[in-house]
Design a protein around this ligand. Structure first.
Ligand code: HEM
Ligand SMILES: [Cu+2]
Length: 550
């Protein structure tokens, strides 16, 4: 029984379209601003990837010049990381945290808007580097290469990443404060949704590690334009010091890219399996464990950078330890689905696709954590395969899962289920055809970041490029679905999934003040089907829906 309707909000000001284009302090507006901006850059980063893959369909450098090729993959990586996945995590966090904890807004609404308004200029600045010759040294910008390939493009890259990093620090401070200080009074840390735990762990990482990246980039900037030699070997500088500083941030950053989405699937899976989440505390604490371990494993990116043997052993052991909390999560999600009444709709399909692909990425992660193996595959396509399974198969699939799950809440409209499923099928097939062959290419010895390669690698590269085209096609049903549903979709219910977390207790879309009256904590966030007096497992949710719809 789900006839709850959207409440009119006669006492409140109407939301206007212009709000989304101006400095607005409402966390829901900011969440949508982040989401739309991040998807804008996703399409640009995706277009660059398609050009790169097209170039790689043949062994010769024939579609774009080698310089342009370098610029495209550098911007592809930078955009996908700093302008898509990370801001998309902030989008969900902004939109959902206050609603999930029953608050009216974030702890620092103005700071929140400031953090968002650093992203579009950061993105435009980055793209403007094409005017002076875009950076060519990859998203890591390792010196000495980054000091040798076009000064101004590189400098623009640095400024842009500094801006985006500052935004992410400010966001992190805001999320953590909001989660710790703004929960409604009945909600203690252990009855808060797992997404909030995940964001607490993510925020700790952004606040602790991003300033180190800023330091490294400022020094790199001095080397570039002031002629200092912090990292420049010709003047006595040490490029490996840059690698340490860079990875001290960028390893944790890979968890800044995945933890929010671990949180997303921890919300999606129990709702669409109609079962309490298995191991609530295990999932919550494993996020914190991942944050802590994430801070002490960075040199696994530097096994071939002259790191002494004893130190490599330390980093190998700690890296492998991360598989433990990660495994705990995967186990908990599977145990939640086990025996559940799984509904194979778009959010759930993407969540299940996430679990299976992330598992593959996690396994290759443990493989490359092993020093003897890594020495063979470092800087080959094996690594590209590994991190695309975790980033696309992981973060991106979970992002889409959350996108469909909260679409009715955010837009007030229902999406088209058939198009959503088509989007999933094409994406899932496309991603496996694109990234699976890369592992084999890496084992065969194909270097990453090259436009030209030996003919023996062509068949697998062709396959991978074909997969990339399938991924491009997969965005068509997605775009049609979103545009059509926003304008022509049917009105969404307040709680279409009969979920128990607080964001479903308000109208779809929520009113400006979030809730008509203080929301009530009727049950734990995942108490599906555990009231043994009641046969219908949705009954708690139904009661709740009735009460809040009255
Ligand atoms: C069990 C979990 C994981 C383990 C053990 C692991 C291990 C590793 C290791 C050892 C490397 C360095 C290999 C090399 O360069 O030779 C690496 C690279 C990488 N990993 Fe993971 N990883 C894990 C999960 C993740 C996650 C969750 C993400 C992102 C969401 C990620 C993203 C990356 C990226 C982007 C690189 C390559 C960076 C570059 O060189 O450009 N990994 N991983
Ligand atoms: Cu790492």
């Amino acid at each position: 029984m789900t006839t709850n309707t959207v409440l009119e909000t006669p006492n409140h000001k109407e939301r206007k379209l212009i709000d989304y284009f101006t400095f607005n302090t409402d966390h829901k507006v900011i969440g949508i601003q982040y989401l739309v901006t991040s998807f804008f850059f996703y399409f640009i980063g995706g277009a660059f990837a398609e050009v790169v893959r097209t170039e790689l369909a043949t062994p010769d450098p024939d579609i774009v010049s080698p310089e342009l090729y370098n610029q495209l993959f550098t911007l592809h990586g930078t955009i996908m990381i700093f302008l898509w996945i990370v801001p998309a995590g902030a989008a969900f966090a902004n939109y959902l945290i206050p609603l999930m904890i029953g608050a009216e807004d974030m702890a620092f609404p103005r700071l929140n808007a400031v953090a968002f308004w650093m992203v579009p200029p950061g993105g435009v600045l980055l793209l403007s580097s094409f005017l002076v010759g875009a950076p060519q040294s990859g998203w890591t910008s390792y010196p000495p290469l980054s000091l040798m390939t076009g000064k101004w493009g590189e400098e623009i890259w640095i400024l842009s990443v500094l801006l985006l990093g500052t935004s992410s620090i400010l966001g992190g401070l805001n999320f953590a404060t909001t989660i710790l200080k703004m929960r409604i009074k009945d909600m203690d840390l252990h009855s808060m949704p797992l997404f909030c735990w995940a964001m607490l762990a993510t925020s700790a990482l952004s606040v602790l590690s991003t300033p180190v990246l800023a330091g490294a980039l400022i020094l790199l900037s001095f080397d570039l334009i002031a002629g200092t030699s912090f990292f420049n070997p010709t003047g006595g500088g040490d490029p490996v010091v840059y690698q340490h500083l860079f990875w001290f941030y960028s390893h944790p950053a890979v968890y800044i890219m995945i933890l929010p989405f671990f949180g997303v699937v921890s919300e999606v899976i129990p709702v669409h399996s109609r079962k309490p989440i298995f191991g609530y505390r295990a999932i919550a604490y494993s996020s914190l464990a991942i944050s802590f371990l994430g801070l002490i494993v960075w040199a696994h990116h530097m096994f071939t950078s002259g790191t002494p043997g004893w130190l490599r052993m330390f980093f190998m052991a700690t890296t492998m330890l991360i598989a433990v909390p990660t495994g705990i999560k995967i186990f908990s999600w599977c145990a939640t689905m086990w025996g559940g009444k799984i509904e194979l709709n778009s959010p759930m399909l993407f969540a299940m696709g996430f679990v299976s692909s992330f598992l593959i990425g996690g396994l290759t992660g443990v493989m490359v954590a092993s020093v003897p193996f890594d020495i063979h595959v470092h800087d080959t396509y094996f690594i590209v395969g590994h991190f695309h399974y975790v980033l696309f198969g992981g973060s991106a699939l979970a992002l889409f899962s959350g996108f469909y799950h909260w679409f009715p809440k955010m837009t007030g409209k229902n999406y088209n289920e058939g198009l959503g499923q088509l989007h999933f099928i094409l994406t899932f097939i496309g991603l496996n055809i694109t990234f699976m062959p890369m592992h084999q290419l890496g084992l065969m010895g194909m270097n990453r970041r090259v436009a030209l390669y030996d003919v023996e690698f062509q068949p697998l590269n062709l396959l991978s490029t074909a997969g990339a085209y399938v991924m491009a096609v997969s965005t068509i049903p997605f775009i049609i679905n979103v545009v059509w549903s926003v304008f022509k979709g049917t009105q969404a219910e307040r709680n279409p999934w009969r979920a128990l977390t607080l964001e479903w207790q308000t109208a779809s879309p929520p009113i400006i003040e979030n809730f008509e009256e203080e929301p009530v904590l009727w049950s734990g966030p995942y108490d599906y089907g555990i009231d043994d007096e009641l046969e219908e497992e949705e009954t708690v949710a139904d009661m709740l829906a009735e009460v809040s719809a009255k």
